[in-house]
Ligand binder design. Structure first.
Ligand SMILES: [Cu+2]
Length: 452
């Protein structure tokens, strides 16, 4: 490997990861005291790095927004730095933009403080930050640095040669030796650094599924090797379940299951298999560690026809709507394109046989609804709630009071999910809402246009 190539290897880390797959931006809807706000956080290119934050006030009486990042736990969590004041947009007076440095990977929290006529209030937004990929050095920079290195090395030898009268050749030879040794040391150090960085890169957990003779679906999570810190015996329940298992019929994305297996031992889960039509299914399993770090384990399974139990309780299979004269409707303006990486409120309602929105929606696992966005090429999976893309368990660890305030007791008739599709292309969104004691699933196709 040449020195130039070594120079072209990673210079910096990139990324964030929430739970989800391929969906790094954080969207969060909640109340900063008396003010409803919609917060979008865009990942930095590197850690340490700058996160871009947009706070949209959903009422017109917010005058100022302040932003403060802290680690979610530990001593630093209680010693916040001075707040940054977000800049109020001239084009839209309800939008406030800011940027914050995040100094290390881990579970972060951005405190959004809104100030206005009704006093002030704060909303903590959990932000899990990890290294997602290594950023290769730009070729031009590498070539330039390699040129500089050659120039400086030759220059140093030449300077020594010019400065010494006697034994000029010997002095130049010794200097050359020192330069070569220093370069070799630098190259070895760089290679070591790059391989350490590579080991720190986030690698999602893997999950496999098998069906045994007793009709039990057994799931196993394995760690492909990431940080030695990652454990599987530290999971905490989210919406009352230790795992939210989503199976998506693949590649047609025509079927979805939202299931909740039990944990038998760290990494081992099982449940009675529901009735399933044979085929290939993508597996996405959402879990949360007790640090508040949420992850999605990913896998794929080919299943036979299974005559299992009908889904019940919090479990859902779909699409189940339209049925009995009820259908789920996506409320959107088809003239207004959906643009990648821009936050949208995806709004749905269930319409009854009389053509009116059903007035009897119920909370489903504490929320107005659950939505799973899946991209057709498999590169994106995001499990989103009316509060946004952040896991409720993470919110609970950041602020138990904030989590309690977010549990919905009255629902509908419209349920909205704040989310931005991470890239242009075709997606499917599966939406689960509960009505008359039954979880209903709707399925919708979306297309995101390239962002400008
Ligand atoms: Cu959910």
């Amino acid at each position: 490997m040449s020195a130039a190539k070594a120079l072209l290897v990673a210079a910096a880390f990139a990324g964030f990861a929430a739970a989800h797959v391929g969906s790094p931006d954080v969207f969060f809807q909640g109340k900063a005291g008396p003010y409803p706000v919609l917060v979008s956080i865009r990942p930095p290119d590197a850690i340490p790095g700058v996160a871009r934050i947009e706070v949209r006030a959903l009422s017109s009486d917010v005058q100022q927004v302040e932003l403060t990042p802290t680690p979610m736990t530990g001593i630093a969590a209680t010693h916040p730095p001075a707040a940054d004041i977000a800049e109020r947009s001239k084009a839209d007076r309800q939008v406030f933009d800011g940027s914050l440095w995040l100094m290390s990977a881990g579970s972060w929290e951005v405190h959004v403080r809104a100030v206005g006529a009704k006093g002030s209030g704060e909303l903590p937004v959990p932000v899990p930050a990890v290294a997602l990929k290594m950023k290769p050095m730009a070729r031009g920079v590498g070539v330039f640095l390699f040129g500089m290195m050659v120039f400086l090395s030759v220059g140093l030898v030449a300077i020594v040669g010019a400065a010494v009268d006697k034994r000029r050749v010997l002095a130049m030879a010794i200097t050359s030796g020192i330069v070569v040794f220093a370069l070799w040391g630098g190259w070895a150090w760089w290679g070591q650094d790059a391989s350490t960085a590579n080991r720190k890169l986030y690698k999602p957990l893997e999950i496999s599924a098998t069906i045994d003779d007793a009709g039990q679906m057994n799931l196993r999570i394995t760690d492909p090797g990431w940080l030695p810190l990652r454990k599987l015996d530290d999971l905490v329940p989210d919406h009352g379940h230790i795992m939210h298992l989503i199976l998506v019929g693949w590649p047609a994305m025509d079927r979805v299951f939202h299931l909740h297996p039990e944990q038998n031992a760290p990494g081992y889960f099982s449940m009675p298999a529901p009735s399933i039509r044979r085929g290939t299914y993508r597996i996405y399993a959402d879990i949360v560690h007790d640090s508040g770090f949420a992850e999605t384990a990913v896998g794929e399974v080919v299943l036979p026809d299974i005559a299992g139990k009908p889904v019940s309780g919090d479990d859902a299979a779909g699409p189940s709507l339209p049925a009995d004269g009820y259908r789920m409707v996506w409320l959107h303006d088809s003239a207004k394109p959906i643009v990648a990486r821009q936050v949208n409120l995806f709004s749905f309602e269930i319409v009854g046989p009389d053509g009116r929105p059903a007035p009897d929606l119920e909370p489903y696992m504490g929320m107005g609804g659950h939505a799973e966005f899946v991209k057709e090429d498999g590169s994106v999976f995001a499990h989103v709630h009316p509060t946004g893309s952040v896991s409720m368990a993470a919110i609970g660890i950041a602020s138990p009071a904030a989590m309690m305030a977010m549990h919905e007791t009255r629902v509908g008739p419209v349920v909205s999910f704040p989310y931005g599709l991470p890239s242009a292309g075709r997606y499917r969104v599966f939406v689960q809402m509960k009505r008359a004691g039954k979880v209903e699933t709707g399925s919708f196709e979306l297309t995101a246009a390239r962002s400008l």
